[in-house]
Design a protein around this ligand. Structure first.
Ligand code: NAD
Length: 486
C-alpha cells in the first residue's frame, strides 16, 4: 500500500520570498523507490538568477552588520527548528532520496549540530594585533567575510551537504546562494525554511534549481559572487574550479573518492565486518567516504568474506519509509545503469560477482548489495568510483603492498584500516594518502574536525575552524598614531 503523502511543490527562494519561475517552468520530482511523480520543482532562468544575486548582495550587507553573537543566536535557533522538525523533514527526504527514514533523521540531527557548531565558531573569529617594529604603530590582522558564496550541492545527503556549506559561510558572516540538487530538492527547501523561520534577513540565504551547468556558469561569473563551494564528482569539480579560476575566485571542492580499507590479520574481524558493512551500505553506498576497495590480509581473507557476506544477507532492502528497511534504492536510473555497467565490465574481465541473498523490489531504482571478487587492474571499477552498494575484495601478503594499492589511484578522500597493532595504526595513519584516515572505527564527519580530500578528491575542508576561515579574507591594517604627550 502506498502512503498518501502530499504532493511536493518546491519553489525558489529569492530575496526572502518563495516563488515559482516567472515563465512557470518546472521539473518533475520522482520517488526512486517506485518511479512515481511525487512533486514538482521550480526551474530558474537567468532572470531569477540575476534577482537572486541582487537579493544576496543586500542579504550579505544585512547579515555581516549583525554582531557575531546575533548571528549565532539565529543559527542556533535554526538548528533547534531542524531538530524539532526532524521527523517530518526526514520523511520528505526519505521519499525523494530513497534512504531509510532513520538514516534521514540522523542526517538532519547531524546537520543541526553542524549549524550550531559553525554559529559558535563564528564568535571566535578573532582579529589579531601584531607587535610593531616601529613606535606608535598599530598592526591589525582582520578576518572579514568574503561576500556572497555560490554553493552547489549533491543529492546523496540532501541536507547535510548544504548544512556544511551554509554553516561555515553564515558563521563567517557571508550570504549564500544554494543551488541544491534537482533529484532531491524538497528536503533542502525545508532546511532553508528553518533559517528563514529563525530570522535570517531576506536575501542572506537564497535557493535555486534549474539546469546545473547554466546556473554554475552564470553565478560563478557574476561579480556579486565571491566564493564557490562544490560537492560532487571530480570531473564537474575540475570544470567549476577552472571557471572560478578564470574569475580569480576561491573555491572549496569536496569531490569523489575510492576509499581503501586495509584489514590486517590481527584485527577484530567481527567488529570489522559489522562496522564495514554498515559503512558500505549506508545510503545504498552513495557516500563519498564509503569504503570501496577491501584489501584483506591473505590469511584471514576467506573468514572475513564469510562474515561480511552474512551481514550483507541480513540487509533489508526496500522503500526508505517502510518499517525495518536498512537499504533503500539508488537515487535515479542513471546511477542504476552506472553500477550495472561497472559490474558487467568486471564480470567480462574475469571477476567473480556475488550478490546478497536478500529480497530486492523489482520496481524503481534498486540495486542488490554486491561484492566483486578476484579483481584485476584492467577493470573499470578498480579506477572509477562506484558510488553505490558495491565492494571490491582483494588480498595482500605484505603491508607495504597494501599501502601501495591504497595509494594507487589519484583519489585521496577517506581511507580505513582495521588492526590491533598500535605501530601499524600509526604507520598507516602516516603512509596512506588521504584527507581522512579512520582506524578500527568510522569516526569521520563530526563538525569540529577537518572534512576534505587531497589529490583528485578536492581541496579545502568542510569541518573545523579551517572551514570557517575559508569563508573569510585576511586584511592587514597598519596605522601610525600620534605620540602620547604624557
Ligand atoms: P555529477 O557530478 O554529475 O553531479 C553531482 C552534483 O553536481 C549533482 O547534484 C548535479 O546537479 C551537480 N552538477 C552537475 N553538473 C554541474 C555543473 N556543471 N554545475 C553545477 N553543478 C553541477 O554526478 P552524478 O551523476 O549526479 O553523481 C555521480 C557521481 O557524483 C559519483 O560517482 C560521485 O563521484 C559524485 N558525487 C559525489 C558526492 C560527494 O559527496 N562527494 C556526492 C554526490 C555525487
Amino acid at each position: 500500500m502506498r502512503m498518501s503523502d502530499e504532493f511536493l511543490n518546491v519553489q525558489l527562494l529569492i530575496s526572502g520570498t518563495w516563488q515559482d519561475a516567472a515563465d512557470g517552468r518546472t521539473l518533475p520530482l520522482l520517488d526512486p523507490a517506485t518511479g512515481e511523480t511525487i512533486g514538482k520543482i521550480a526551474h530558474a532562468s537567468k532572470k531569477e538568477l540575476a534577482l537572486a544575486a541582487e537579493g544576496a548582495a543586500k542579504g550579505f550587507d544585512a547579515w555581516r552588520t549583525l554582531t557575531a553573537w546575533d548571528r549565532f543566536v539565529i543559527m542556533r535557533r535554526a538548528a533547534n527548528l531542524l531538530r524539532e522538525r526532524a521527523q517530518s523533514i526526514g520523511r520528505i527526504m526519505s521519499r525523494e532520496q530513497g534512504k531509510p527514514l532513520e538514516q534521514a533523521i540522523i542526517e538532519i540531527q547531524g546537520a543541526a549540530n553542524v549549524i550550531e557548531y559553525f554559529g559558535e565558531e563564528g564568535r571566535r573569529l578573532n582579529d589579531v594585533l601584531v607587535p610593531p617594529r616601529a613606535p606608535n604603530v598599530e598592526q591589525r590582522v582582520l578576518h572579514r567575510p568574503v561576500g556572497v558564496v555560490a554553493a552547489f550541492t549533491p543529492w546523496n545527503f540532501p541536507i547535510n551537504q548544504i548544512a556544511r556549506k551554509l554553516g561555515a559561510a553564515l558563521g563567517a558572516g557571508c550570504a549564500v546562494i544554494v543551488k541544491a540538487p534537482e533529484d532531491t530538492p524538497a528536503s533542502p527547501a525545508e532546511l532553508i525554511r528553518a533559517f528563514l523561520d529563525a530570522g535570517v534577513p531576506a536575501g542572506t540565504v537564497s535557493l535555486v534549481y534549474g539546469e546545473p551547468a547554466e546556473i554554475s556558469e552564470y553565478l560563478i561569473a557574476h561579480p556579486v559572487v565571491r566564493k564557490i563551494s562544490f560537492t560532487g564528482s571530480t570531473p564537474v569539480g575540475k570544470h567549476l574550479a577552472a571557471l572560478a579560476g578564470a574569475q580569480m575566485k576561491p573555491v572549496t571542492m569536496e569531490l569523489g573518492g575510492h576509499a581503501p580499507v586495509i584489514v590486517c590479520a590481527d584485527a577484530d574481524l567481527d567488529k570489522a565486518a559489522e562496522r564495514l558493512c554498515a559503512a558500505k551500505f549506508r545510503n545504498a553506498g552513495q557516500v563519498c567516504i564509503a569504503p570501496t576497495r577491501f584489501l584483506l590480509e591473505q590469511s584471514i581473507a576467506p573468514t572475513f568474506v564469510e562474515k561480511f557476506k552474512a551481514r550483507m544477507n541480513a540487509l533489508k532492502v526496500g522503500r526508505g519509509v517502510d518499517e525495518g528497511v536498512t537499504m533503500g534504492p539508488l537515487v535515479n536510473q542513471r546511477r542504476v545503469k552506472a553500477l550495472h555497467d561497472l559490474v558487467e565490465d568486471a564480470r567480462a574481465k574475469g571477476a567473480t560477482i556475488w550478490q546478497a541473498e536478500t529480497a530486492i523490489p523489482n520496481e524503481g531504482c534498486f540495486f542488490a548489495p554486491t561484492l566483486i571478487l578476484n579483481p584485476t587492474l584492467d577493470m573499470r571499477v578498480m579506477q572509477e568510483e562506484p558510488f553505490g552498494p558495491l565492494a571490491i575484495v582483494a588480498d595482500f601478503t605484505s603491508l607495504s603492498d597494501a599501502v601501495a594499492e591504497a595509494n594507487r589511484l589519484p583519489y585521496g578522500l577517506a581511507a580505513y584500516a582495521y588492526t590491533s597493532n598500535e605501530r601499524t595504526q600509526r604507520l598507516l595513519g602516516e603512509k596512506v594518502e588521504a584527507g581522512m584516515v579512520a582506524i578500527n572505527h568510522h569516526g569521520i564527519g563530526v563538525p569540529e574536525v577537518p572534512f576534505g580530500g587531497i589529490k583528485d578528491s578536492g581541496y579545502g575542508t568542510e569541518g573545523g575552524p579551517e572551514a570557517l576561515r575559508a569563508h573569510t579574507y585576511i586584511k592587514f591594517v597598519s596605522s601610525e598614531q600620534a605620540k602620547a604627550d604624557f
